[in-house]
Write a protein that binds this ligand. Sequence first.
Ligand code: GLU
Length: 306
Amino acid sequence: MFRTTRVPLVRAVLAALLALLAVACGKEGSPPVKGPAENKLPHYQVDRGFQLPESRIWTRAKKRGYLRVGVKEDQPYLGERDPATGTYSGFDIEIARMMAASLGFEPKTIRFRTIASANRETALQNGQIDFYVGTYTINDKRKRLVGFAGPYYLAGQSLLVRKDEDDIHGPEDLAGKRVCSAAGSTPYQRIKADFPKAVLVAYDTYSVCVDNLLTYQVDAVTTDDAILIGYAAKVPEELKVVGKPFSEEPYGIGVPRGDNALRLALDDALEAGEKNGDWKRAYDATLGLSGVPAPKPPAIDRYPAS
Ligand code: GLU
């Protein structure tokens, strides 16, 4: 008799303890965590009948059964990987999912792969990835090496400094200052060419630059405003974005050069997403969390094959 009543009692106590633990861990009653909420993310209609035999990349991916997409993993709101689950999230990730759906790939058949700024062209040229979505500025120099669909967003170069910094308001204040950026990026190149008195420091990723800024190893981090806003939002009591953007950084989807069929299919997919509201829904659920309302996406540039 004693034994039969005891087990349910132990269970009830355990259940109560678990419920308490859940509240203590913030599952209930705590403010929402910053970042895309899974249930707010759009679901993109997979075009199951889609065919693109004239694209070498698409045909291979279809045979293989999955897409390999290059992205970033340390850029809040844009491309971020949760180290606990391995899940990627952010605006660029949503653009990649939207593109995959248009090309006829189910969400579970996308394999994201983190590729740093300096390695994008090589990854596309070597066939390590099918396309790349990660704050990738379209420019003529890169167009000689890879193709670009888009643009799908327009960013601008800016500066991130510590909250107590009073001397840096724009790139002209960087003379003699230690400035960090990612190797192989356009912001790095621009400081080198236009503000040679700045003391440039390069790392593979911007998150390492931000660590260096927080520990007083550098005085500023420079890259696109969209990226810097995300870092500032993580530690608003320590960091701030200053000045006005001083460049135009149109984001494109990098594809292997020569696969014009794939590039133009991605242009179509972006245009369709902008028209049917997917683009705006993706933005609102990710980059929009930074507080910047959705801009009008830039016009797609379907440049001729070269
Ligand atoms: N948009 C710039 C670039 O493509 C900076 C961001 C990045 O490094 O991804 O170089």
